[in-house]
Design a protein around this ligand. Structure first.
Ligand SMILES: [Cu+2]
Length: 486
């Protein structure tokens, strides 16, 4: 497929700089934020495949069957999860979105470094979509990989509003015969309290402690809990008594794309009696790494390849620090599935995290000292239920500013006793330093009292959210913004 490359990325950066220079002549006390002109210039500079892919999407109320329990909830289309959107790298994607809910909503394309005004954050990037109204998304997808979409409105992502967004690279070299997308979730809506009620309880300090996960920091190196114990955990919208089933032949290589769409749950995932070869993290390729057990924080994605043995094997997702389990099944031969509560031995292994992975050479950022360093200090407590970045509660924040064309370093330090999956919109950073061996990611799980440095190139102008991907932490204040200035 011919790639229509209009202008190089470097040219776009120079262009933005020139526009910014002119704006600098204005007598503003505050630096001018880069806006639509610069966003448009960056979009024009992206390679375009020449193809336009069009989709219709709606958010609506639905009743879903959770293993025999009927739950009223909110979904995309008619199913949980919503239908996968699938395009090729560098395609132009048009999505006509209709809000059939009774409340305003939004759609955020998680992990995709698309143009800022299509990022789907109400009041910051993209108009909120009112009930009965429509918004037409239109953007080029610059990078291949496993992504997903969800609302950026309150606790709506803890309802059923989520679906995979897969961007294929026609020239990709990962070898496999079959693919399986597994989207993990913690579930309460329609069978327990709804997410708004849970948030109110947390904020008022009236949470029923029996429904709250223990703050047990002694085990699993402190990486154990979210704040809420859910009545159910799901893979592909199915609870453990009604698991999704993939039927294959023995010896087939399966690429499994794992997406954690949960609001408050880190999962440990394993395929019973198999090793998994990790090939991608947050859409970007890593040097293949074999593990029996993988830790997936909220918002993170991992692609793994497995060679299936002969039999029936549960793929399990254990909510870390919480009771219960979610599962799906692979069948390649005769035999019956183990009991629904079966916990494979792999769950006792040491889980792999992104910190052990290495980016493949071609996706490493250029080796470069940071032009700018920003600190992100994470603090908070359960009572009062407040989670902060740099001692501020969103929206009372001081945005982090950058200029286009910089190598920016975020020094993230977690001074709280909870793990926080920190997500940067519109960019994919490199763990450690630019040009080093760290994985490229957009969401990184920062352990309690731990920290990480990440570097990224400021090549996508606009105003971007940085926040904890625990939906309740985000709503309780743990968000800030990265803003491009002239
Ligand atoms: Cu958090």
């Amino acid at each position: 497929m011919p790639q229509v490359s209009r202008r190089g990325v470097l040219a776009a950066i120079v262009g933005i700089g020139a526009v910014g220079g002119l704006a600098g002549l204005e007598l503003n006390s505050k630096p001018r934020l880069l806006g639509l002109n610069e966003i448009q210039a960056r979009e024009s500079a992206l390679a375009w495949s020449g193809k336009i892919k069009s989709f219709e999407l709606s958010a609506r109320l639905a009743k879903i069957d959770l293993g025999g329990k009927i739950a009223s909830t909110w979904v995309y289309g008619d199913s949980l999860p919503g239908k996968t959107i699938r395009v090729n790298k560098n395609d132009r994607v048009k999505i006509s979105f209709t809000n059939e809910l009774i409340t305003p909503t939004s759609v955020h394309w998680h992990g995709l470094a698309i143009r800022n005004d299509m990022d789907g954050v109400p009041r910051i990037t993209t108009p909120e979509v009112l009930p009965g109204h429509n918004f037409d998304f239109d953007f080029i997808t610059p990078d291949s990989g496993t992504y997903w979409f969800h609302p950026h409105s309150g606790t709506q992502l803890d309802r059923g509003l989520y679906a995979p967004f897969i961007v294929d690279d026609p020239n990709e070299d990962t070898k496999y015969e079959r693919e399986w997308i597994l989207i993990l979730d913690d579930w309460t809506d329609g069978i327990g309290k709804n997410p708004d009620e849970i948030l109110t309880d947390l904020m008022q300090g009236t949470s029923d402690t029996s429904s709250m996960a223990g703050m047990d920091m002694g085990s699993m190196s402190g990486m154990d809990s979210g704040d809420i114990t859910y009545p159910m955990y799901l893979i592909n919208g199915r609870p453990k008594n009604d698991p999704d089933l993939l039927t294959v032949r023995p010896g087939e290589r399966i690429r499994i794309r794992v997406i954690n769409a949960a609001a408050d749950t880190i999962f440990h995932v394993a395929l019973a009696q198999h090793m998994m070869t990790i090939t991608h993290s947050d859409g970007f390729p890593v040097k293949p790494y074999n593990t029996a057990l993988l830790r997936v924080g909220m918002g993170e994605r991992y692609d793994v390849v497995v060679t299936v043995g002969d039999g029936v094997f549960p793929f399990v997702a254990e909510p870390v620090g919480k009771p219960d389990i979610a599962r799906a099944l692979i069948r390649s031969g005769s035999g019956s599935a183990p009991a629904e509560t079966f916990r494979p031995n792999e769950l006792s292994d040491t889980p792999l995290t992104a910190y052990s992975l290495q980016a493949v050479e071609k996706v490493r950022l250029p080796t470069r000292k940071p032009d700018r360093i920003h600190d992100l200090l994470l603090t908070g407590s359960m009572n009062p239920y407040q989670w902060k970045i740099n001692a501020r509660l969103y929206p009372d924040i001081k945005p982090l500013t950058v200029k286009a064309g910089e190598m920016c370093r975020l020094r993230i330090r977690n001074m709280s006793m909870m793990p926080h999956p920190i997500h940067l919109h519109g960019h994919t950073f490199q763990l450690g330093s630019a040009g080093g061996s760290g994985a490229r990611k957009d969401t990184v799980l920062v352990p309690p009292m731990g920290g990480v440095n990440v570097d990224f190139l400021t090549a996508n102008p606009g105003r971007w959210m940085i926040h904890c991907h625990n939906a309740y932490h985000a709503e309780a204040g743990m968000m800030t913004r990265l803003e491009y200035t002239a």
